[in-house]
Design a protein around this ligand. Structure first.
Ligand code: SF4
Length: 482
């Protein structure tokens, strides 16, 4: 049985794509392994959002060259965004690379891998990568979307789905926004959405195999279906989708990421208060607190509108967690522009924020702006903003000390596998000691300590379903005797 290893760089869309590729390989009898040294197929699913991510994947593949000499039968491949943008040059520059597949052809990866494995296993001594390389030229490979996304969604491996309590479901691909720093519209193409029926079918299937929490994914998830489906009763297609998925029996929690402040209208804000399965967390990218910079980024909102949106969300849902993305050092960002961002971050008190130092991406408008900011200045602003965000995240965690919070237990903690970890509805990580049988269960944990971005606590109550399908709560030590 051939073994494969996938390393994923970048966002949750990439995580989801890797998961799909893994499932399609498992369905063909491949075995997933946790380290490249054990694998017959090594795939790097790449990200192009920042130069750093590109360089990391290139560096990693470069290092794998040594392994290629020692184990010539191994198939090496690049998938995803960098594969899409760099294309054939990856094959030219790294002679051991066999496979380059862009973002529109994830559903073909298993076919290509199988063919390469067969060829390399049959004649390992004669293999020279370019001769057997499979290249999907990104400029010509954007295929019909509905068909393409649908075909990806049919390759879930039921056995794997049964082992996990959470899953991502792609509801759309692409983006029409053209933010000047972003390469996604080039790598993922224009917006196109799957039908509600198709998404519901996938979610039902996952729930039937034990998944309790679904995260709906899209580049701008709240603009789902705007080109394909009409508004109904003043509700956007996205809100209609949320309502329909919400009805699925057995689904306990529903999340979505990432929305754009544009198109985050009252119907969605109301849904947050109306639909109890919707988790109390919104990840709402801000990017900058300066209107001048937002304009240069081609983000079509102002800082004032963003603040007002956060106010309206918090008004309907007191205590909802708000997280964000911010770029510091965008070209032309002066000290006073940065101060506006800093002030806004202080004012909003995010539960968490991902802060990025701007790095120019090839073929994006921002890369050509002459007023690039010095690296040392970017670093200073990054560190300064991190301090502020760490403080507000710490305060948000401390507010939960002494309270029992509902978590979905996802598995062993990454930092200490003797403990378990789960997430609150507000997406905060909680680490606790407990029986492994709690994995996949929803339970209450009393928070005792907040440390950085993690909380620590003790389980108090777990929920399960009685014979009528109603949720009942148990003490965690009696869960397995009831
Ligand atoms: S909204 Fe902007 S940042 Fe997000 S994917 Fe689209 S172009 Fe990129």
């Amino acid at each position: 049985m051939p073994k494969f290893f996938i390393k994923t760089y970048g966002c949750q869309m990439n995580e989801r794509d890797s998961e799909q590729v893994a499932h399609s390989l498992i369905a063909r009898g491949y075995q997933r392994v946790g380290h490249e040294a054990e694998a017959d197929v090594v795939l790097l699913n790449t990200c192009s959002v920042r130069d750093m991510a590109d360089q990391k994947a290139l560096g990693k593949m470069g290092m794998l060259g040594r392994m290629a000499k020692e184990r010539p039968h191994v198939v090496f491949g690049f998938l995803g965004c960098m594969a899409q943008t760099r294309g054939e040059s990856l094959l030219k520059n790294l002679s051991h690379v066999d496979l380059v597949v862009g973002t529109q052809k994830f559903h073909r990866v298993a076919d290509y891998v199988e063919e390469l494995v067969a060829r390399k296993t049959a004649r390992p001594a004669t293999i020279t990568a370019p001769g057997y390389s499979r290249m999907d030229d990104p400029r010509f490979s954007i295929v019909d979307v509905a068909e393409e996304i649908g075909s990806q969604s049919t390759i879930r491996d039921q056995q794997i789905a049964a082992l996990q309590a959470t899953a991502f479901v792609s509801i759309m691909q692409g983006c029409n926004m053209h933010c000047t720093f972003c390469i996604v519209p080039q790598t993922r193409g224009a917006e196109r959405s799957r039908s509600i029926d198709e998404i519901v079918r996938e979610v039902r299937d996952l729930v039937a195999h034990g998944v309790k929490e679904i995260t709906l994914l899209g580049q701008i998830v709240n603009l789902y279906g705007r080109h394909e489906f009409p508004k109904r009763d003043n509700k956007s297609p996205f809100v209609q989708l949320l309502e329909t998925v919400h009805e699925i029996d057995g689904l306990e929690r529903l999340r979505f990421t990432s929305p754009h402040p544009i198109g985050f209208r009252d119907d969605l804000i109301n849904a947050l208060s109306r639909l109890p399965k919707l988790a109390e967390h919104v990840h709402l990218p801000l990017q900058s607190g300066s209107n001048k910079i937002l304009k240069a980024m081609h983000r079509a909102y102002t800082a004032e509108k963003y603040v007002d949106l956060v106010r309206r969300i918090r008004q309907v849902h007191n205590g909802i967690a708000i997280t964000t993305d911010i770029i510091v050092g965008f070209p032309g960002e002066t000290e006073s522009d940065y101060k506006l961002t800093r002030d806004l971050v202080e004012q909003i008190q995010f539960d968490n924020a991902f802060i990025f130092r701007y790095s120019p991406r090839r073929d994006t408008p921002a890369a050509k702006i002459p007023e690039q900011v010095e690296e040392s200045v970017k670093e200073e602003r990054n560190q300064d903003l991190l301090r502020i965000v760490n403080e507000s995240a710490r305060r948000a965690g401390e507010r939960l000390i002494g309270r029992a919070v509902e978590i979905l237990c996802e598995g062993p903690s990454k930092t200490n596998s003797a403990r378990l970890m789960g997430r609150t509805r507000g997406n905060k990580i909680v680490v606790f000691e407990g029986d492994r049988k709690l994995i996949g269960e929803i339970l209450d944990v009393r928070v005792q300590k907040a440390n950085g971005f993690s909380l620590y606590g003790t389980p108090v109550l777990a929920t399960s379903r009685d014979p009528n399908g109603d949720r009942v709560r148990h003490r965690t030590d009696s869960l397995w005797r009831t």
